[in-house]
Design a protein around this ligand. Structure first.
Ligand code: TYD
Ligand code: MG
Length: 451
């Protein structure tokens, strides 16, 4: 065996250095170098079998697609985010803050899955898992549990049991004997993941890995991990709310625009198939500063509520605060309001909140944000049954967003009587009795709403 060598490895990007340095030259992060021991010539199993299995080039045309079927996890929201179910041999990484419900979600999926599941945990004992599983539902004949942290042992057990799905909670607890650094370091994670991925591809077994998240919200260890796995999912939510959102950040087998919505309850995570249900508060319309937006996440339209509070600034610098919305965008919208509607920006505090604790990425929420702010500013509630959807540009023009018809249809379905939108192209194709008010400028909206 070759002599062990000590190198310093950046835990953020994987750059190597013979000496410890405070700042990583390749990714500019501070204090990320950790000393790791590597044995250069010890071949990892991944390298060994590269020589052993001589895969031959095949004609892509003749590749049999039959084994590319999707395996349903029996969880509609999870399947939706994956793009229709698990692909055999795929490796999915699911990241999220501690306590958000990753283990709960995966245990629930294990219980629902029709097939043998091996749930490997390096964090919890069999007793703990059983206690939780009992709470989540009934235990099946096909759910196996393994408390193990050695990657080689896990792969060996998998080969013996040949399960239909393997769950690893979490990748940071694994260690492989090929590398001497401690669990959780970048080399350990990379090597363990490589071995698992190889097993998954060779035996066509889907694997779901749990990944921890660092303080700044990125997956710990892991840009490297994100490259090697097929799918990266992010489980997010606000600890003060019961709602959890599963997003795909990378998906080799589907779109990344789909989201899955869950509600954390006493008996685990409940699938939320109608998101508008938790984002609307039916009786809140007698208050000023509240507006509704027809938004689209992925291909799913739903209505969310925007709340704004505008008050006279007490201190010299007015406060701007936004929850679930980009503060810079809020500042931009306020500047547009100042220019177009004469909103006195410099003397007002503005607080903005997206109900339900969800983060919205759809820009069509701009119009609803502006209307909530205006409504709070003049202290007049927005008329009942009114909904908004449209992006606001720098000169105060209202621009269309994608899937306008779907948004209008969703608003109509939920009983809204009128919707403010930018110019809609094929208005005639929209078959609903909702009144569609087309607006082109911010100032128009203001006069139409409050005159
Ligand atoms: P967990 O799945 O352990 O989180 P993670 O694996 O992401 O760290 O989730 C733990 C939280 O979920 C815990 O704070 C309690 C809550 N919870 C419920 O509210 N209901 C339940 O049925 C379960 C199992 C957990
Ligand atoms: Mg956990």
């Amino acid at each position: 065996m070759a002599k062990a060598k000590t190198v310093y490895i950046c835990q953020n990007c994987g750059a190597q250095s013979p000496k410890w340095t405070g700042k990583c030259n390749s990714c500019d992060q501070w204090n990320t170098f950790v000393e790791e021991v590597v044995i250069p010539s010890a071949k990892s199993p991944a390298l060994l079998s590269q020589n052993a299995t001589g895969n031959k080039p095949v004609l892509l045309k003749e590749v049999n697609e039959a084994n590319q079927v999707r395996i349903s996890t029996m969880n509609t929201e999870f399947d939706r985010v994956l793009g229709g179910g698990l692909v055999p041999g795929s490796v999915t990484l699911i990241g999220g803050e501690p306590g958000i419900g990753k283990s709960t979600l995966l245990l629930q999926i294990s219980q629902q899955f029709s097939g043998t599941v091996l749930y490997v945990s390096g964090e919890e004992s069999a007793d703990q898992i059983k206690l939780r599983a009992n709470r989540l539902g009934k235990l099946t004949e096909s759910l196996f549990f393994l408390a193990e942290v050695s990657t080689e042992a896990i792969v060996a057990q998998c080969k013996q049991l040949s399960p239909g799905l393997v769950i690893i909670d979490s990748i940071q607890t694994l260690r492989t004997s090929y590398i001497e650094s401690s669990p959780g370091t970048i080399t350990q994670i990379r090597e363990s993941a490589t071995q698992l991925i190889q097993y998954a591809k060779e035996y066509s077994v889907p694997i779901i890995l749990v990944g921890h998240i660092t303080k700044d919200g990125s997956l710990a260890g892991p840009k490297i991990l994100e490259h090697v796995v097929d799918t990266v999912l992010q489980f997010e939510g606000d600890n003060h709310f019961m709602y959890r959102i599963l997003r795909a950040h990378k998906n080799r087998f589907g779109s990344t625009s789909e989201i899955g919505i869950f509600e954390m309850s006493e008996s685990g995570l409940r699938e939320v198939t109608n998101p508008s249900e938790f984002l609307l508060f039916a009786n809140s319309y007698q208050y000023s500063g509240i507006s509704a937006c027809a938004t689209v996440e992925g291909i799913r339209p739903f209505i969310i509520e925007v709340q704004a509070l505008v008050s006279t600034a007490v201190y010299g610098t007015p406060q701007r605060s936004a929850t679930g919305f980009d503060t810079r965008r809020l500042n931009m919208l306020l500047a547009v309001l100042e220019k177009r509607v004469g909103f006195r920006l410099s003397s007002k505090d503005v607080f903005l909140n997206i109900a339900g604790g969800i983060k919205v990425t759809d820009t069509a929420i701009d119009l609803a944000v502006i209307c909530a702010i205006l409504s709070s500013d003049v202290d007049r509630p927005i008329p009942k049954g009114t909904c908004f959807s449209g992006e606001v540009g720098l000169s105060g023009e209202i621009r269309p967003a994608g899937r306008m018809e779907q948004r209008i249809a969703e608003a109509a379905k939920l009983g809204y009587r009128r919707i403010f939108v930018p110019k809609v192209k094929n208005k005639t194709s929209i078959k609903s009795d909702i009144e569609i008010i087309e607006v082109q400028k911010v100032e128009q909206v203001f006069s139409k709403l409050f005159s």
